[in-house]
Design a protein. Sequence first.
Length: 153
Amino acid sequence: MDTGSVDTANKMFERLRSRWQRFKAWWTIDHVVDLCVDALLLIWEVIASPILIVVRIIRHFIGDWFVGGLKRIVKGVAHWFARKREYRKAHGHGIFRTYWWLMFLSPFIFLLLFIFIAIITGISQDLTEMLELLIRGCDSLQPGMAEYWCNIS
């Protein structure tokens, strides 16, 4: 063995020994107690309310599904524009000839998007009252709310 590989092995051994010494120095009574208490609280929380596990798993998968779907849509639109651009360049078409219908429809698309966001915002602000009205009827609403929700005339 040459001296270069021996020096490298010695450096690695010293680095490993240094890390082990730092790891041993970190394991003080305070750190061990903190770690045990945190682990016990985490286990207690999971055992005391197992529904949290189910809720977190569902939220994780729905979040992945939603983000994945959103990414897929945005990537699809971007690739569509890239393919359209290649086709337009290959055939010598101008921007207006290729995208005239998109330019014509964009104000309507933005208007529909605005209306959709307004409806969702309105529903989310009064969702509890709307559900109570659907479930229990007009008599169950708080005073003053019955006139707001149930007065059809």
